[in-house]
Design a protein around this ligand. Sequence first.
Ligand code: NAP
Length: 292
Amino acid sequence: MSTPVIIDGKATAATIKQEIAQEVERIVAQGGKRPHLAAVLVGHDGGSETYVKNKVLACETCGFQSSLIRYEDDVTEAELLACVDRLNADPSVDGFIVQLPLPPHIDEQKIIERISPLKDVDGFTPINVGRMSIGLPCFIPATPKGIIELLRRYHIETSGKRCVVLGRSNIVGKPMAMLMMQKQYGDATVTVCHSHSLTLKEECRQADIIIAAIGRPGFLTADMVKPGAVVIDVGTTRVPDATRPKGFRLSGDVDFEHVAPLCSAITPVPGGVGPMTICMLMLNTLQAAQRG
Ligand code: NAP
């Protein structure tokens, strides 16, 4: 068995951020304005704080303006909706995100649906989801978009291949399957598996490409992978680990140690899909700024 290609999302994301920064400097040199991304963060969840901090840092790397709007956990739905309205109307803001999850007393879907589709750089509003599903220009959710970009930059053939997507969430599994199916992106034959799939293992064994997005550490084991398959691991679960400074490590959905030797290409966790996600958010913000 030949050594698998380890798909380096960290290096690819760094290259793309450089490309974005160059484009921003070109725009500014021609008298245009810097793209401006705003983020709304509710509460003090450790994961959300880290994601938002990394998004602000990525804005700096790309030469964007960024704003962070913070609320405590007891913010009301009406206050958040008013904030979304203000950001929708603010001409200085090109795109914004409301970091999820929100506290249980707030209807997430209601907040998402209030975001202007023109500023919805997460690609979560029904208008963008619908446009994506019929192949119209739109904001594509960052994680699936990052995976498509990794496959493209690593020249991985997807057209006509059998692709299994594990997971059917609105932010990863569903859009991923939609993109892999579409002619202009994956052009693959796609199967989606979830927690009620009776033939999940058999589907995986026949797949040329497996994209695992379920949030179950080490779920995809070597007996589920065909030799030569491409495996993309979206999972990022915090697993307690006393040997790490933060007391946890990130674990993917793939048993990397035993699966990697079988693969033609595979993403590691961390350093695979994760860094691409924020990078694609930057690309969507640049797209929003260029449109406006
Ligand atoms: P989610 O909303 O919890 O959805 C999980 C999906 O996996 C559901 O469709 C669920 O099926 C399915 N599932 C759960 N257990 C399963 C099992 N034992 N067998 C088969 N299917 C199973 O999660 P998500 O938001 O899509 O995220 C998935 C993972 O990706 C998480 O680890 C998350 O942290 C990670 N993630 C990473 C990035 C990144 O940038 N790297 C971005 C987003 C998410 P049902 O529908 O039947 O419940």
